[in-house]
Design a binder for this molecule. Structure first.
Ligand code: NAD
Ligand code: ZN
Length: 280
């Protein structure tokens, strides 16, 4: 399949169906998806729908794939927008070879560590401590194990995203806007989004570990600001986000490390959050 998100298209899925037909795969067979998050999302969708569903095994080869995309049963492809077509279906198992992840180029690994840190911030203070103390040199097996455990626990309680699963979007509301506006990688943008969310949390719910969180992000070699972006452009992108509803912008905030909550926030808080990431 093509590299990256180009794999997540219905045309590629059709090719996969035909290939499985040619191979004579039946209901008792298993599709193995080996690759980054884009690959496992596409393979998972093909497996979820071929013959109304065959088993899938994921072998994620990026940190982001291992701690995020492969876990939680969201499969899918892009249409005009990202992930607009898909199915909720868990793989039969996920096999992670940490030695492979350890040899990733630094910039690919960093993006995944941003999501691992996010998992710690919403559900595992000890994971935050590990990344704080050792930065990118933290024991990857332990980091991956802990981050997977956080996501699996949240998804186990809220598979279809009725409530708690939204906590996994910590840093993503403003992060997505920055990702689009700056053309940054997802993990980098989420890192910046978490800095912004940390400020919003300080303003709204008295989060006292904002500086500590920012230091942990910087310690992973991730960006903590997006100077040079236009405030109006970012605000417009934030406003277009699907996390906005009639009552205003819904953001995931932290009362403390490990204690997330969802709040509607007003424009003063969003303004303070953008100040925190140097968007003037
Ligand atoms: N299903 C979910 O819940 C979920 C959650 C988060 C993200 N995602 C999806 O995951 C995708 C992002 O995942 P990603 O960051 O892994 O991106 P990706 O799959 O595009 O991989 C990033 C790049 O790394 C390369 N790569 C993969 N493994 C490698 C290896 N071992 N060594 C060197 N290069 C390697 C890929 O070929 C690609 O060029 C997006 O499509 C996103 O929507 C899904
Ligand atoms: Zn993400």
């Amino acid at each position: 399949v093509p590299d990256g998100d180009a794999a997540k298209s219905l045309a590629v899925i059709e090719d996969l169906y035909r290939w499985m037909l040619e191979l004579g795969l039946n209901r008792s067979d298993t599709l193995v998806g080996l690759g980054g998050g884009a690959l496992t999302d596409a393979a998972g969708f093909a497996a979820a729908t071929y013959l109304r569903g065959v088993e899938a095994i994921y072998v994620p080869t990026t940190v982001l794939g291992a701690v995020d995309a492969a876990i939680g049963g969201k499969t899918g492809v892009n249409l005009d927008g990202k992930n607009l077509v898909g199915a909720f279906r868990h793989p039969a198992r996920v096999v992670i070879d940490v030695d492979v992840l350890d040899r990733l180029p630094d910039e690919v690994k960093r993006g995944g560590l941003a999501e691992a840190l996010k998992a710690g911030l919403i559900g595992d203070p000890a994971l935050v401590g590990l990344l704080e103390a050792h930065g990118p040199a933290a024991d990857l097996a332990e980091v991956v194990r802990r981050a997977v455990a956080v996501k699996a626990a949240v998804v186990g309680r809220d598979f279809t995203e009725q409530g708690e699963r939204a906590h996994l979007n910590y840093g993503h509301t403003i992060g997505h806007a920055v990702e689009v506006a700056a053309g940054l990688g997802h993990g980098e943008a989420v890192a910046i989004g978490m800095v912004a969310a940390g400020r919003a949390a300080a303003v709204e719910v008295g989060f006292t570990d904002e500086a500590r969180q920012t230091a942990a992000i910087a310690g992973l070699g991730l960006p903590v600001g997006a100077p040079g972006l236009g405030r109006d452009e970012v605000l417009a992108l934030v406003g277009r986000d699907k996390k906005r509803d009639a009552a205003g912008l819904r953001m995931v905030l932290l009362e403390a490390i490990g204690s997330p909550l969802v709040r509607h926030v007003g424009s003063a808080t969003v303004g303070a959050a953008l100040d925190a990431i140097d968007i003037a």
